[in-house]
Design a protein around this ligand. Structure first.
Ligand code: ATP
Ligand code: MG
Ligand code: MG
Ligand code: MG
Length: 469
């Protein structure tokens, strides 16, 4: 069986042999883009190379990029624990051409890697193309010999990528693996495409246009290639499972969580073990890249991830801080590929221990309140926004933790009511402060916060740039 570490190396070596420079992952906090909360795709570190603003001594590159999708446009936080294919932190394998090769070689390289090097059964592969992209359709036929029914035309923005309102853009083409009829889910473009039977493993973006203004699009003189393949997803395929959480790396993390809690991974508590393993990884990598838990911005997203995992630890009946005890397992799995994790191990351990110790003080009482407030509620009911706000304000429950806690019972949260309660509290604080006579400070402080926007201030939804393949 091929482990995650070998697959990563095989990918980098394959493209390196094909003339690509191996470039290290950039940090999770983007250096070149203040509008983006976290690096969420391999192309992020190359944005300025694609626009031509920056030049590199190579025109082909390959990376294994650390990514976090837990906020903003690409937020997979709610999926974790419930789909077989989503993580908050994952590695995106990608090859890039900066005005060098284009569609034909990109398709050929990708097809040869999956079918020859990785030896995937070609009958279980399907691809999508953008509906208008006849060129890509023809190339898949010619290069891969795929029949028309295996090349699905998708007319939606799912298969058209854009860097932002303006800038490089173009059609994309995705490779899916069919894990078989025993897994629920339909092919891409079908109504039940969100199942886990047909899993998207690789996205190839063909950057061939530039959006100059919202109404004007021109062809790029030297089109580029940007691709992204989820390492955990290709590892699942190569290890004969449809489930990312069954790959070597996650099996080891979950086995440790099972051992420490004494609760089996099979059955009702499965999702909790998955959430813990996933969120531990995201937390550790974020801390290693300099993010610390706080009440705003990136730090608040980290706090939400950590606390969500801590509630799941509570569900497993654990009464002592758990997450920090899993750190050595993670470091053993990933420390060689990411030395920053080894360097940050003490900080990661201490940060997790401290946050969990603190949160434990209010977690159980908050859960009691939540249980009382929802006693007798049936699926389809809604928790009052006021209560969700009290849980947030008094017990430190991020809104999505409350939502997650009610998910299995089919109870929703009145988020508009939550926002209203939050706004009211702010207004009260503003008035109290105004009354204190410190008008000058107040003006500056509230102006700053208002400029950041209420949601950003809380760390919700701050990602605006579409820096994703
Ligand atoms: P999906 O439709 O499954 O949510 P996506 O279309 O959002 O995936 P892309 O933005 O195209 O994903 O990213 C490129 C690749 O990165 C995907 O083909 C997939 O292999 C991987 N990937 C994306 N999101 C995740 C995630 N949350 N966890 C693990 N791998 C992911
Ligand atoms: Mg997605
Ligand atoms: Mg997709
Ligand atoms: Mg995609």
């Amino acid at each position: 069986m091929t482990g995650v570490n070998e697959i990563r190396t095989a990918f980098l070596d394959y493209f390196n042999k094909n003339g690509h420079e191996i470039v290290a992952s950039s940090p999770l906090v983007p250096r070149n883009d203040p509008t983006l909360m976290f690096t969420n795709a391999g192309m992020v570190q190359f944005k300025n190379v694609f626009t031509g603003a920056e030049h590199r001594p190579y025109s082909r590159a390959v990376t294994a990029q650390k990514c976090v999708r837990a906020g903003g446009k690409h937020n997979d936080l709610d999926n974790v624990g419930y789909t077989a294919r989503h993580h908050t932190f994952f590695e995106m394998l990608g090859n890039f051409s900066f005005g060098d090769y284009f569609k034909d070689l990109a398709i050929e390289l990708a097809w040869n890697l999956v079918t020859r090097e990785f030896g995937l059964d070609r009958d279980r592969l399907i691809v999508t193309v953008y509906a208008e992209d006849d060129e890509a359709h023809g190339l898949w036929k010619k290069i891969a010999g795929l029949s028309d029914d295996k090349i699905i035309r998708i007319p939606t923005s799912d298969n058209f990528w854009a860097m932002g309102e303006t800038g490089p853009c173009g059609p994309c083409s995705e490779i899916f693996f069919d894990h078989g009829p025993h897994i629920p889910g339909g092919p891409p473009g079908s109504p039940d495409e969100d199942g886990d039977r047909f899993i998207e493993i690789w996205n190839l973006v063909f950057m061939q246009f530039e959006q100059v203004t919202p109404d004007e699009r021109v062809s790029l003189p030297r089109p580029s290639i940007d691709t992204g393949m989820g390492l955990e997803r290709i590892a699942a395929v190569l290890q004969g499972t449809h489930d990312n959480y069954q790959i070597d790396l996650f099996r080891h993390l979950i086995a440790a969580s099972v051992e420490l809690t004494g609760v089996p991974a099979e059955g009702a508590h499965g999702p909790s073990h998955r959430v813990i393993a996933d969120h531990l990884r995201a937390s550790a990598f974020l801390i290693a890249d300099g993010v610390l838990p706080s009440n705003e911005g990136r730090g608040y997203v980290l706090r939400r991830i950590m606390r969500r995992a801590m509630r799941h630890a509570e569900l497993l009946g654990v009464r002592e801080p758990l997450l920090w005890r899993l750190v050595p397992v993670l470091v053993a799995e990933m420390g060689r590929a990411y030395p920053e994790l080894v360097r940050a191990e003490p900080l990661v351990t201490e940060t997790l221990k401290l946050e969990e110790t603190r949160f434990r003080k209010t977690l159980a009482r908050g859960l009691d309140l939540l249980n009382e407030a929802t006693a007798g509620m049936a699926a389809g009911a809604e928790l009052a926004g006021e209560t969700a706000f009290k849980l947030y304000d008094t017990y430190g429950f991020p809104l999505d933790l409350t939502q997650d806690a009610l998910k299995s019972r089919g109870i929703a949260v009145d988020t508009a009511g939550f926002d209203t309660a939050m706004a009211r509290q702010r207004e009260d604080a503003r008035r109290a402060w105004a009354g204190s006579g410190e008008a000058a400070t107040e003006t500056v402080w509230f102006a700053l916060r208002d400029r950041a926007g209420a949601t950003e201030f809380l760390g919700y939804d701050t990602e605006t740039a579409e820096g994703v393949v």
